[in-house]
Design a protein around this ligand. Sequence first.
Ligand code: ZN
Length: 685
Amino acid sequence: MRSRWSDADAERVVAENAGVPRDVALRTYSARLLGADQALVLHGGGNTSVKGRAKTLLGEEIDVLFIKGSGWDLATIEPPGHPAVRLAPLLRLRALASMTDEEMVNELRLSLLQASAPTPSVETLLHAYLPAKFIDHTHADAILAVSDQPDGEAICRVIFGDALIWVPYVMPGFALAKRCADAVERTSRGTVMVLERHGLFTWGESAKESYERTIDAVSRAERFIAEKRRPHSTAASSITAPFPKIDDVLPRLRGALAKLSGLASERAPIVALDDSEAALAFARRDDAHALVETGCITPDHVIRTKPTALYVRAPRYDDPAALSAQLEAEIAEYARRYDAYFADSCARRGVTKKKLAPWPVVFVLPELGVCATGRTIEEARIASEIYAHTMATMSAAADIGTYAPVDRLDLFDVEYWSLEQAKLKPAAEAPLSGRVAFVTGAASGIGRATASRFLALGAHVFAIDRDADALVTATREMKSKRVAHATCDVTDDVEVGRAMEQAVRAFGGVDVVVSNAGNAPEGLLHTERGEAALRESLDLNLLAHNNVARAAANVMLAQGRGGALLFNASKSAFNQGPGFGPYAVAKAGLVALTRQYAVDLGARGIRANAINADRIRTALFGGGVLESRAAARGLGADEYFRANLLHREVTANDVADAFAYLATAPSTTGCVVTVDGGNAAAFPR
Ligand code: ZN
């Protein structure tokens, strides 16, 4: 592992933070260096500190510890991420024989200089008791690979010699702080403190010294692993043909999980897929299943990935229905084992706890990859990244010896530890959370307004459009991690199929379709020009909708969770304008198509509804269409937009709101909603 330290960068962070003590600015800089390397810490893991002096309101100079506050991530930490706590009262606490976690957190909060600062790390007392200025704590992959071993201490002794301070496993908190402090006081030469099956501590007089000791220790462990590693054997693949298809497997996984965990229909967890070469190679190891069952590489990860992932043996990729049944059976079995682990651990610890969800979060699917799930793609990606490091570390540990992480009871203590639970934000159930929407024509007009509205309501949105540049700009401006996109011409069914697969790859499936892309061709049907326009219009304004609906319906049927097919029809379907036949005929067909899907797929829970909007100022009216349509009705442009019963101009946002309603209307199908300001001649009938 290479040191990322740069004196110039360090000085730049100091300069950028004028008014912040120099040591705190340097602490911020080197904490970010640790956070920048996922092989050191992941997603809020690890913690850092520096000791210094601060002035109280009364002008008194006191010793303080600047320690990472909970809720901060080392990769993006800012100076307020290391709030100051008074050192003296924390040092006095060491005399106590024991302290509960709640008492400890209370003491930490009482010691803060700023009452509004975030709660100091649960490892604050450990940092306080070590007699060093800068302290760095990580859960480095290589350190875990050598310490998650039955003889971890002996291995670490070989690697680090006299520099090693070995601390047998104990859960983070007051007891671990005392144990570490005692161990450090017993040695004079130790600079590398390895916490058995947990992680690494290093320290130094400067930020650079402490950071580089971490890098050096990890590098030494990495070299040891590289030298000792024996090649592992690969299981003969149980999968021959056909090769698993992502758009077939992920929706089934999502559906099985949603069904068993009792989610409402049309909602399911979001899936992040890791089908990297490393993930596929791991799943092919002959010991992959056993390693997966052994559990987390460090206790900190249990709240993100559960104690174990679910390894699906010999998945039935050859038979989709059998695959769904297999996934359901395996998930149910996982939950039964989780329940047993929970009951057994509560009994052995003599405690009563509220059981967390028993469902697996991470799935290892041979020849397909690793699927991590979450309420949002962000949550799923966190679990996915943690598991990528879990697989690499378990493999390294097994290749140099025997992978032996903390046992299940110790994991239980951390999984059900109130202080770890605090890291997980409570679920805020937004109207469209747990739903993936596939929106066509999303780069502008109604499509763009709908994509934005859906994101605001908590949906994940897969946006497609023919215009690549406009699509990139539009989705960037939506500023959400829940949006992904692909360029696609909806009149090409192959491109639509590919875009649907990309949506499944991005989020795991599709629950709502907003089939919106269209244009507004004019022409008299008895003329040659009108006939040509009609054919072109049928292609885009009717058949392309079926390309999208068909591809989406197949994903929805694989999920088995129902779904919503929403179409942007037009009031022209019921009330044709003069010379607008090519548009009106196709849109009338689209309303019929909507109703047909409602009839054909209602029994499978798939709803189909359309919106008849009229006269929305969008690109549809470009190229002279507006002037022409207004003239056809004998109106000026502005008058044209307000010529309705309410005398009100209808906007793209009004249409987006109607789509959002239809996406969440479980009892509504085969319906046409008008969003046109009122037009008696176009009332649905
Ligand atoms: Zn830790």
